[in-house]
Ligand binder design. Structure first.
Ligand code: FES
Ligand SMILES: [Fe+2]
Length: 368
């Protein structure tokens, strides 16, 4: 290795230490999606989030509940017990817990000792999502749930999906912030050869990182060309990718005919919510909601786009799974050389590291 290379190596390793990676502690003072509302019902659902084992259910009145999935008696998983009304009965020795997590019955004795219980986590159902808070309960402020108003007004047609991703959530955010990869990872689906070299603009502020890439004129891949009718070589594809919060990344893509004057030309937009919820340091619940603002009543188009998009997102899952194998091996000589297009991702990873390592009670004031 030359002198220049070894000094570059030291610089890159120093830069890496200033960025979050798979081993960075989770940011607990945030809202994360714990599930789609439709998944949580009148049976016990077991799910690990931020390294915590949860049991999820819905009360008879429809309120979603998340409790620690570990009985206060001998740690048996409550999810292996049963839901009885709005209470959970442990499947081992039968202790009963109410929806607040308080133990209200011990079958082997006449009275139930006070103060025994399991932790309950604040949940808020909004649109298709159930959001959970894992920091101190006193700081669970629902006004900080990332807003997705277009999913609630009926002006967009949407489909929902989920991947269990064997990779970490930091890498998923980084993947979404540099869409250069479309040309390579997605060469067979929605990437095009001109994508990687297309001009881009970066906008960053503390906690919000956005990159906008303009590919024009271009020939759209079928997943976009077919639904929009822009099946020629003078289409425009303007993609905006934005880190909104640790639990939400939004990618919006607008399409139009670049040969038409701006006034009055038809335009089409698709908007995809990517919602990474860390499961462990090496795995992520990857919730996806894809929406479009055209052909709202065309269910056939919803299914076509859903199939094409999921084929493409599966390519990301496969790529991030391969990446995780490398990142998880703990090689002390590993390095990352960042390039110009990494700027928003580097800023985002520095922000995540700062959020993960500053005092929790200082986190509220620094969030925008
Ligand atoms: S472990 Fe749950 S009641 Fe004993
Ligand atoms: Fe991708």
């Amino acid at each position: 290795m030359s002198l220049l290379q070894s000094s570059l190596l030291r610089v890159s390793q120093r830069a890496m230490r200033q960025m979050a990676d798979r081993d960075t502690p989770f940011i607990e003072d945030e809202w994360y999606v714990v599930g789609f509302g439709a998944e949580i019902g009148r049976s016990l659902l077991k799910r690990m989030v931020l390294g915590r084992r949860l049991v999820l259910f819905r009360t008879a009145a429809g309120e979603p509940v998340a409790l620690d999935d570990r009985c206060a008696h001998r740690s048996y998983p409550l999810s292996a017990g049963r839901l009885d009304g709005d209470t959970v009965v442990c499947g081992y020795h039968g202790m009963r817990f109410d929806k607040a997590g308080d133990c209200i019955e011990v079958p082997s004795q006449a009275t139930c000792p006070k103060g025994i219980g399991v932790r309950k986590y604040p949940l808020v159902e909004r649109g298709p999502f159930v959001w959970g808070w894992f920091g101190a309960e006193s700081r669970a402020d629902a006004s900080r749930i990332p807003a997705t108003p277009w999913l609630e007004g009926g002006q967009w047609a949407s489909s929902q999906d989920y991947f269990h991703l064997p990779g970490n959530y930091v890498s998923l955010h980084e993947n979404l912030l540099d869409l250069t990869h479309l040309t390579f990872v997605h060469a067979g689906t929605f990437g095009t050869p001109d994508y990687a070299r297309a001009p881009y603009e970066v906008e960053s502020s503390e906690g919000r990182y956005r990159i906008t890439r303009s590919v024009s004129p271009t020939r759209l891949p079928p997943v976009w060309g077919k639904p929009t009718g822009l099946e020629h070589d003078h289409a425009a594809r303007i993609a905006k990718s934005e880190f909104v919060a640790p639990g939400l990344h939004v990618v919006s893509v607008q399409f139009h005919d670049a040969a038409l004057p701006p006034e009055g030309r038809p335009r089409f937009e698709i908007r995809t919510c990517h919602l990474p919820t860390p499961e462990t340091h090496g795995s992520t619940h990857y919730f996806i909601v894809n929406s479009r603002d055209f052909a709202l009543d065309d269910s056939g188009m919803t299914e076509f786009m859903r199939g094409q998009l999921m084929a493409a997102f599966r390519e990301d899952v496969e790529a991030l799974t391969r990446l995780e194998e490398i990142l998880a091996d703990g090689d002390p000589e590993r390095y990352e050389m960042s390039i110009a297009s990494d700027a928003p991702a580097v800023a985002m990873r520095r922000y995540l590291l700062k959020r993960a390592t500053i005092r929790e009670d200082a986190q509220v004031s620094m969030r925008p």
